[in-house]
Write a protein that binds this ligand. Structure first.
Ligand SMILES: [Zn+2]
Length: 357
């Protein structure tokens, strides 16, 4: 790409008052880490890559499905048919959108055991962006944000409603409130609506992700002072919005940013879990990296394992268990998805038999 093309590329963005050539240069040297490339993460990643953020790290554990396409604009039908990992499909699309941006994709389950490593493995980011769909992961991102002193751009969208906020806890008890200052613990499992139970309209996730991207840009352009100091909530169906001020929400007794306890980072590795809205179970594995080519070779002769494909980032094939057939997908981090069941025991048994305990 010629220098002239590069200058033209961001001309309309630089013309915006507070951006200018200096802001654009800072953006080009900055690093955004996006945890989850579902509806929120797809939109914020697309906006930030188009804007010319220097480095974007994306982390996601899931595979693209047809039911994602109405709201996740980085993916197409071919990705869903191929059940491509979202991180890889997103990276391919983002590279095509802007080849100047370094996009690092990690197919991984963001968990206590790997969160800091995944966030930091391409250098410390300047901002952490929430593209997740569950509170456990949000509290884990919050722990990372406080521990690293990196701003956390929160977002959530369900049905016709959504919320966005920025937490800038700084480090060592300094800075603004964190997520746990306003909500000390995650809601109990099963008590909150999910995209599966309540659905979600794409304009809702898109507007929330756009707010997130705008707030992230303020930080990355070097205008932290313009970051909104409140949590903003919308109901697009009702046409209403509300604001909760965060400026006085800092709690000196907050377990995380006040007392320095990182309970979500210190939690153990998860048990097998049924994936939301899918007839599938995820098994975490032991946290060790797996040599997929070696595993593929070893599985070649195993009875009941057939028609598998080995790629640099995953191995996938049909397996037999108890007279039924399931699809097994295993990733390099030892994690696997067993498709065709919601029975955690069956998934664990298949994992032990074909991959090892
Ligand atoms: Zn706090």
């Amino acid at each position: 790409m010629s220098v002239k093309d590069q200058i033209n590329r961001y001309a309309r963005q630089e013309r915006v008052g507070y951006v200018g050539a200096e802001g654009q240069k800072r953006l080009g040297e900055s690093h955004a880490c996006i945890v989850g490339v579902g509806a929120l993460g797809c939109v914020s990643a697309d906006l930030l890559v188009r804007a010319g953020v220097g480095t974007v790290t994306i982390i996601d554990r899931d595979l693209v499905e047809m039911s994602n396409l109405h709201r996740q604009p980085l993916f197409c039908e071919a990705d869903a048919v191929a059940k491509k990992p979202k991180a890889m499909a997103a990276k391919d699309r983002l590279n095509a959108v802007n080849s100047e941006v370094a996009v690092h994709a990690h197919i991984a389950d963001f968990s206590s055991g790997n969160a800091l490593e995944l966030i930091g493995c391409n250098g410390k980011p300047d901002v952490l962006i929430d593209g997740t769909d569950n509170f456990e992961t949000r509290f884990l991102i919050n722990d990372c944000s406080v521990k690293l002193g990196v701003a956390y751009v929160y977002g959530g969208a369900i049905s016709t409603q959504g919320s966005a906020a920025v937490f800038t806890p700084g480090g060592g008890g300094e800075g603004g409130p964190c997520l746990r200052c306003i909500q000390p613990s995650p809601p109990r499992a099963g008590t909150q609506p999910t995209c599966e139970s309540a659905g979600v309209l794409a304009p809702v996730s898109s507007i929330i992700a756009s707010y997130q991207a705008a707030e992230a840009m303020k930080i990355l352009f070097g205008h932290d002072e313009r970051v909104m100091g409140s949590m903003l909530s919308f109901d697009l169906w009702e046409g209403t919005r509300s604001r909760i001020e965060l400026s006085s929400a800092k709690d000196p007794e907050c377990a995380c940013c006040g007392l320095g306890r990182f309970e979500f980072l210190e939690a153990g590795r998860g048990e097998p879990q049924a994936l939301c809205g899918q007839n599938a179970v995820q098994v975490s594995g032991g946290g060790e990296m797996i040599d997929l080519r070696r595993l593929g070779g070893a599985l070649e002769g195993v009875e009941g394992f057939g028609g598998f494909e080995v790629k640099e980032y995953m191995i996938r094939g049909m397996v037999e268990h108890g007279g039924e057939r399931f699809e097994l997908t295993c990733f390099a981090d030892g994690r696997a998805i067993v498709d065709g069941t919601v029975d955690l025991g069956v998934a664990r048994a298949i994992y032990s038999r074909y991959i090892g305990s």
